[in-house]
Write a protein that binds this ligand. Structure first.
Ligand code: DX5
Ligand code: ZN
Length: 223
């Protein structure tokens, strides 16, 4: 079984988005990663729930994996639920009410995900691990595409993988930032089973080949 590939449209050609999504879907991607940036929690501004709704209403069947990089996430979670997100990720650093935010998502029947930055210790998310379906371990500091993978984040993946086995939990472990056909290997071996890839996939050359490559290089058993 290979990794689940989640191309990030942050690096896509927005003027041809439908085609760009179809390319990765036909190549075997299962999720589509949608980065929501508010210019406050992170320096850039990306796009809002209208994009999620349009993609949901499009022919694509990809699981919509929404990554909220915003302050006061509780205020905008409802609009992303209404827009049709399948997974909603909330940064533990973005709110004093992470438990409440994840509860809102869970109650709506959507998959809750907790996200942690490279500088945040794992213990900060331990109290909510039993209520999430996915944990996103940031492998770069959030805010921009095209950054270098931080190898020191891999030990968090191994820790989470052991934690989940010890406690009989079954959340997915996602990585995001600097993922390519080389950096994915150790992360996948350590237990990450969902991989976001932005600039590696949407490099303007051949997004389909890049998705297939990520699937090929992870086509081995995971612990
Ligand atoms: C970064 C975003 C990522 C970004 C990844 O803050 O969360 O999802 O699109 O881009 P790459 O794969 O280029 O590092
Ligand atoms: Zn992201």
């Amino acid at each position: 079984m290979s990794v689940i590939v989640a191309p990030s449209i942050l690096a896509a050609d927005y003027l041809h988005l439908a085609d760009q999504i179809k390319l990765v879907e036909d190549a075997g991607a299962k999720y589509l990663h949608i980065d929501i940036m508010d210019g406050v929690f992170v320096p850039s501004i990306s796009y809002g729930s209208g994009w999620v709704k349009q993609i949901k209403d499009s022919p694509s069947k990809l699981t919509l994996d929404v990554h909220l990089m915003v302050e006061h996430p509780e205020k905008i979670i409802p609009e992303f639920i209404d827009a049709g997100a399948d997974i909603i990720g909330v940064h533990v650093e973005s709110t004093p009410h992470i438990h409440r935010a994840l509860q809102m998502i869970k109650k709506a029947g959507i998959h809750p995900e907790v996200v942690l930055n490279p500088g945040t210790p794992i213990y900060a998310i331990e109290p909510v691990l039993s209520m999430v379906d996915q944990v996103l371990v940031m492998t770069v500091n959030p805010g921009f595409g095209g950054q270098k993978f931080l190898p020191e984040t891999v030990s968090k993946i191994s820790y989470l993988n052991s934690y989940k086995k010890e406690h009989g939990l079954n959340f997915d472990i996602e990585i995001d930032g600097g993922v390519n056909d080389k950096t994915i290997i150790n992360a996948y071996k350590s237990g990450a089973n969902v991989a976001v890839a932005g600039s590696y996939v949407y490099d303007k050359v051949d997004p389909a080949a890049k998705v297939k490559r990520l699937l090929e290089v992870t086509d081995f058993g995971q612990n």
